[in-house]
Design a protein around this ligand. Sequence first.
Ligand code: SF4
Length: 377
Amino acid sequence: MAVPLIQQIRVGAYILKQKLAGRARYPLVLMLEPLFRCNLACPGCGKIAHPDDILNKRLSVEDCVAAAEECGAPIVSIPGGEPLIHKEMPQIVKALIARKKFVYLCTNGLLLEKKLDDYDPSPYLTFSVHLDGLGRDHDRAVGQDGVFERTVSAIRAALNRGHRVTVNCTLFNDAEPRKAADFFDFVMALGVESITVSAGYAYEKASAQEHFLSRTQTKALFRELFRIQKQEKKRWRFNQSLFYLDFLAGNRRYQCTPWGNPTYNVFGWQQPCYLIDEGHAPTFRALMEETDWAAYGVGRYEKCSDCMVHSGFEPTAVNDMVSHPLQALKLLIKGIRTEGPMAEDFDLSGARAVREESGSGEKTAENPPQTAERKRA
Ligand code: SF4
């Protein structure tokens, strides 16, 4: 099973249209966070650390549709929190699909089996189910026993009903390549469409800061994983571009494209990206026009130093692939290089230091950039 042709065509046509229109900055995936409340408390998650009054807030169906329409991205990813807790989630998904958005509904799987009746299978809807490892490894990652079994049962139920299902897996610095390889084998055997794999997000608010990966660790881990894949002829399917995977293996130097996956949540349009919260713009237009994008990225800001997250770098990789189709073909034929020197990385020594509190309670930098909130003040 692969990404349906209709999605490939629509997303490809969208990118081409942006390029022909000469748009320097355009969104690819809207990260829509309709709530932060979750029924788990994973130590590696920074989204659930808000106070109760924020965790009790919900975006309405109208808010979600308006954000998707204003942004215009062809793909809408709905993380959280746990989106299936939101009472109006079926209506939100239906309204987005009616507007021909490809919806990736992220879930930890605990409520999935119970809620399956609320959703019709569609090429426009994918359940992106969180699984970080096999059995107790996953239970440990989410801080609760028995979650792995329930989640796998929900994945099977969703597949049996004809839904598109992907697995969303985050690898932290205690990840062992062999174990991760066994886990990928298991997930593929379940029959899911693909795996979205991430290097542990550096969420500032997460309770377990010591488990996030440095850039060097990320590259070494992915080189080893891809070496196993090549040597043992594994048929893993990833829900990410070949260039992004090549970047994870240290073969490409990319700066991030934070506007490629803009984040809308109960505070507004988060500046500058999904991981960092240093203010909120009232509209998508304000986010794009008033954020000082040059102030963020690897080598520019300390908070960005270890970031290789897909929401920041996948749009860079996709843009590069569209511009270099022959390179992409060559990579497809030869496979990802797992030996030899890595691409030279950014110099981190000049990155702005992190200094004071701002945004929705997180830290900001020295020489703070001009965000919409500051401009309005
Ligand atoms: S590198 Fe880019 S995507 Fe990553 S935290 Fe910084 S601004 Fe966000």
